[in-house]
Design a protein around this ligand. Structure first.
Ligand code: SF4
Ligand code: SF4
Length: 459
């Protein structure tokens, strides 16, 4: 059976570095895609941590199955399995749980993304590519269009269109879901607010900034309160800081087949960092969406064929920190009783790109345990993906829904009231699930919770 995934020529395309990663930086060293996928020994050790496999029991949608299908495709042996390969690549959450469990740390998520890019060929997906171009060249227009969308939403027309089934008729079902679940978009984006904050400007003769806040798209365009809480927290615990005045990190482009734009975003952010470093000396670049910080920490992999940019990307990556690791847990003390009363029983969900992508598990737990004492409870399967995974809940709604139900059942099992998370996609997804399955609880971003629990009380 032929399909867009019958990509026997994938290996040739992989060599076209402009559209692909020329090599992968694996745990065992720099490898071609073929060598990286060949590292999979088919042991199956990762099967029990792969959410799509555990929910379905179907081998093609396990990490082992995905690696084998990509390998077969590269060897021109896909034959009748082309449709299975398509499903395998499309349904991967890119959560990285498999790689963490794998003894050889086979980078299955990167392999899946290369498979998707090969299937797409030279033309990246239209919408992510257009959005990237707008964000890069016309950020003002991009913001204007978002505001226009927010205004249209206020009229109630999109909701009506959803009820009448118009989105589905036009093949835009993901927009219907977005209309239903996304919070109201602010009219003033975070970047506008932070640009006007005098405390985030460098003062001549003043203290050298220790950090620069990078505003990921989630906090910038949707959850501005998250970014404001992060900045307040960083000021409180890390002293003088700046606003990075950034573009997107490039993850949207990277995940949706548009590696050229991903590289362009990366180059701009690297240059910006170098300018700041030149002016102010060493500083950390801190972002508050784990998907974005995890991606920025791997910028080097985008430039393995460009030695100069590779070194610059590695230096930038070394300066990146996730907000959930940036504030030291040792600086915490037990939170005031009134602050804790508002939060109730607190638990922590490991965002995939925090735990599997960056290895961050200890710091946020220690901080919450110190702050909340007995009010902190561990969440069963805390590092199991919530099904949000960027736009996965919109592109794979059925699988996403099954994964989400498992997450909300786990939250209910420990009778939690507040679920701290480090990613904005988790925030959206878990709150949508809790509203329906367990309305007593609410997900909040980790920095918002920490900001509340460490806020100085009036004496
Ligand atoms: S990805 Fe790793 S753990 Fe999974 S089957 Fe392959 S070698 Fe084994
Ligand atoms: S990245 Fe996640 S969903 Fe994809 S194969 Fe690995 S564990 Fe499974």
């Amino acid at each position: 059976m032929n399909s867009k995934y019958d990509v026997n020529e994938m290996y040739d395309r992989h060599a076209e570095g402009e559209l692909h990663l020329p090599s992968l930086l694996t745990h065992l060293g720099e490898r071609s895609l073929y060598d990286a996928v060949s590292q999979c020994s088919r042991c199956g050790y990762c099967e029990t941590v792969c959410p799509t496999y555990m929910l379905t029991g179907r081998e093609p949608i396990s990490a082992r199955g995905r690696n084998q299908l990509v390998r077969m495709s590269m060897e021109g042996r896909l034959g009748g399995a082309a449709a299975a390969a398509g499903e395998a690549l499309d349904t991967c959450l890119l959560c990285g749980a498999c790689s963490e469990a794998c003894f050889a740390k086979v980078p299955t998520a990167d392999i899946v993304l290369e498979g998707r890019r090969a299937a797409l060929g030279p033309a990246p997906r239209l919408i992510p590519s257009l959005l990237s171009r707008l964000m890069l060249d016309r950020p003002g227009l991009f913001g204007f269009l978002l505001r226009l969308g927010a205004l249209a939403r206020l009229t109630g027309l999109p909701r009506l269109a959803g009820k009448l089934g118009l989105f589905r008729m036009l093949g835009l079902a993901p927009l219907e879901k977005a209309e239903r679940e996304a919070p109201r978009m602010p009219f003033t984006f975070l970047a506008g607010k932070l640009s006007a904050d005098p405390e985030l400007a460098a003062a001549p003769g003043g203290p050298a900034p220790a950090w620069a806040y990078f505003a990921p798209c989630g906090p910038n365009y949707l959850f501005t309160a998250v970014g404001e809480a992060t900045v307040a927290l960083l000021k409180r615990f890390l002293g003088k800081g700046l606003f990075f005045h950034n573009n997107c990190c490039g993850l949207l482009a990277y995940n949706y087949g548009d590696i050229r734009h991903a590289r362009e975003f990366a180059r701009r952010n690297i240059k910006k960092y170098e300018e700041l470093k030149e002016k102010h000396g060493e500083l950390k670049v801190i972002g508050d969406c784990s998907s974005c910080t995890a991606f920025m920490k791997t910028y080097e992999q985008l430039f393995t064929a460009e030695p100069e940019w590779r070194a610059r990307a590695a230096a930038f990556a070394a300066a990146v920190r996730d907000a959930i690791e940036a504030v030291p847990s040792t600086a915490m003390t037990h939170a005031p009783r009134e602050a804790l009363a508002g939060a109730g029983r607190i638990t922590y969900h490991d965002s995939c790109r925090a735990c599997h992508g960056q290895g961050i598990r200890k710091e946020p737990r220690e901080a919450l345990r110190t702050l909340a004492g007995k009010n902190f409870v561990e969440l069963p399967e805390s590092d199991w993906c919530c099904g949000g995974a960027g736009a996965y809940s919109f592109t794979q709604p059925e699988m996403s829904e099954r994964i989400l139900r498992r997450k909300t059942a786990n939250i209910a099992s420990v009778r939690a009231d507040t679920v701290a998370v480090g990613g904005t996609s988790c925030l959206l997804q878990i709150n949508a699930g809790l509203k329906r399955d367990y309305p007593r609880a609410k997900a909040v971003h980790y920095t918002q919770l920490l900001e509340r629990l460490t806020r100085p009380t009036a004496k």
